[in-house]
Design a binder for this molecule. Structure first.
Ligand code: NAD
Length: 510
């Protein structure tokens, strides 16, 4: 449900937004906005329910995830229909990236979280008279704020990780795709989650801002850099930890020895799947001169095969809303004005009623164009020719973003070396946009692309606070460092220092 317009409401009534299908522009009803009081009540309910949920053993929490998995598989067709209606994305993409990836997350954490979060004894190298145990305890109530581009997966996945670690969750999905938030709530209800452990609040930025101020113990935010900055400011003032999964401007580097057929297909998929509205979309290509003509020709050929539309089988859907379409038009217009050549697309699709922009390939682009510097978040693939891989790396790193990147070469060692040279939270060799879907792979950005990680061991640990428990083993009457201090003790400490950390001569003297 994409087109969001404010509806005039009478005094005392809840604010409402009017929603419409982004592909057909048909009305899809209205969304009532939850206010700050409603949000605080939801957080209070979650806090009350959390203690019992945290006290439950892993087996019980795992059972709820397994039940949710069964519900999701059983209702997958209906869920796909509803996600497609509100986003316009192709059914195959909704099934693979929203539903299958969510199924995997449910199963992965149901099976592995117990091991990842297990209490551990850590042997001590110095304090031999003590024992150390490291335990991972839930944070309490986690507030999760999500965007519209993968409205189901990005709402469910952090929720799964928070819940299995023993937290309660208050989810605020995007106002542009609120039905996916409802689907997440339905899933947990059918899985029999105890009341209050998962709470849904609906609304726009005001509701999100209210959640930041409602006394939660952590915020998991996924969205734009601009909003992420505001979230970080509020969390910083309240000293509430936050994970920020923000925007990207993923570079693709095509080496001279790349498999150009695979690279061209990968470029087209990376740039145009979900109509380019992926934080890890391929947003800029650097191809070395000697293969640039062949690579570009293949990209244009593959782009020409794409079917754009809605309903039935198609490859590329609409942009989700008018504002996003306007950004794409501005970036393409700016690039053309500064000398870029349009090899495919370059305009709105005149044969579709909704927010469709044609899959667009641009050549002769330079780094003074917005299309190479700002997140476009639309179906545009700008290609820049470079002398060699070193130049490609320099341009790839000439960006405030650092989310994901991809490198194409037949030489895996070179691929890994180049991947390491890119300033990004994730990098992929000979593939693209898969990073978030690989459950073991910690996902997140550097630079303006975010703080913290979701997924894998790091993501799960981010839903906990780590407590160190030190236990005395001997039970002696006193400890050497306790009071009283004396000259003898100081001398003893000096000798100990030389003995433990000094040179061989120092040890001998000690
Ligand atoms: P957005 O920042 O406009 O909104 C994201 C969420 O924040 C929405 O739920 C919105 O209602 C809420 N919000 C708005 N103002 C708020 C405030 N002041 N306080 C609290 N919450 C507030 O982003 P969007 O347009 O929905 O999503 C697109 C952006 O998300 C792109 O930049 C994309 O790259 C990024 N994204 C990042 C990832 C990732 O994992 N790194 C994944 C998907 C999308």
């Amino acid at each position: 449900m994409a087109v969001v317009e404010a509806v005039t409401s009478a005094p005392g009534e809840k604010r409402r937004l009017r929603l419409a299908n982004p592909a057909t522009l048909e009305p899809l009803g209205e969304l009532e906005i939850d206010d700050a009081i409603h949000v605080r009540e939801a957080v209070d309910r979650a806090r009350k329910a959390q203690a019992e949920w945290a006290a439950a053993d892993f087996a019980e929490r795992e059972l709820h995830l397994q039940r949710a998995l069964r519900v999701l598989v059983a209702r997958s067709d209906e869920f796909v229909d509803r996600i497609v209606e509100e986003t316009g994305k192709p059914r195959a993409e909704a099934l693979a990236t929203e539903i299958a990836t969510s199924c995997d997350a449910l199963q992965f954490y149901a099976k592995r979280a117990r091991h990842i979060l297990a209490e551990r004894r850590v042997p001590l190298h110095l304090f031999r008279t003590k024992k150390l145990r490291v335990v991972h305890r839930p944070l309490g109530v986690v507030g999760i704020i999500t965007p519209w581009n993968f409205p189901f997966l990005l709402a469910l996945n952090p929720t799964v990780q928070a819940l299995i670690a023993g937290n309660a969750v208050v989810l605020k999905p995007s106002e542009v795709a609120p039905d996916s938030g409802r689907l997440v709530a339905e899933l947990w209800r059918e899985a029999g989650l105890p009341p209050g452990v998962f709470e849904l609040v609906q609304g726009d930025g005001e509701t999100g801002a209210a959640l930041l101020e409602a006394g939660v113990d952590k915020i998991c935010f996924t969205g734009s850099v601009a909003t992420g900055r505001r979230v970080a400011e509020v969390c910083g003032r309240a000293l509430v930890p936050c994970t920020l999964e923000l925007g990207g401007k993923d570079p693709m580097i095509v080496c001279a020895d790349a498999d150009l057929d695979r690279a061209a297909r990968g470029a087209v998929y990376g740039a145009f799947s979900n109509a380019g509205q992926i934080c890890t979309s391929t947003e800029r290509v650097y191809v070395v001169d000697e293969v640039a003509d062949v690579f570009t020709r293949k990209v244009v050929e593959q782009t020409g095969l794409l079917r754009q539309g809605s309903g039935g089988e198609f490859d590329v859907g609409p942009m989700i809303r008018a504002e996003q379409l306007a950004v794409v038009e501005e970036h393409v217009g700016d690039a053309i004005a500064k000398g870029a050549r349009v090899l495919a697309g370059g305009r709105r699709n005149p044969s579709c009623p909704g927010f469709f922009f044609e899959p667009t390939v641009l050549d002769d682009v330079t780094h003074d164009m917005r299309i190479m510097r700002e997140e476009t978040f639309g179906p545009v693939l700008p290609i820049m020719r470079v002398r060699d891989e070193d130049e490609a790396i320099a341009w790839a790193n000439d960006s405030p973003y650092g989310l994901n990147a991809n490198v194409w070469t037949r030489n895996k060692r070179r691929g890994i070396r180049l991947a390491k040279a890119i300033e990004s939270g994730c990098a992929v060799v000979n593939d693209c946009t898969i990073a978030y879907g690989v459950t073991e792979s910690p996902f997140g950005g550097v630079k303006h692309s975010g703080i913290g990680r979701v997924n894998g061991v790091q993501g799960l640990l981010g839903m906990c606070h780590t407590q160190a428990i030190l236990i005395d083993r001997l039970g002696a009457r006193s400890e050497p460092l306790w009071f009283p201090h004396s000259a003898r003790k100081t001398e003893w400490l000096r000798r100990a220092l030389r003995w433990i950390w000094g040179t061989s001569l120092g040890r001998w003297l000690a």
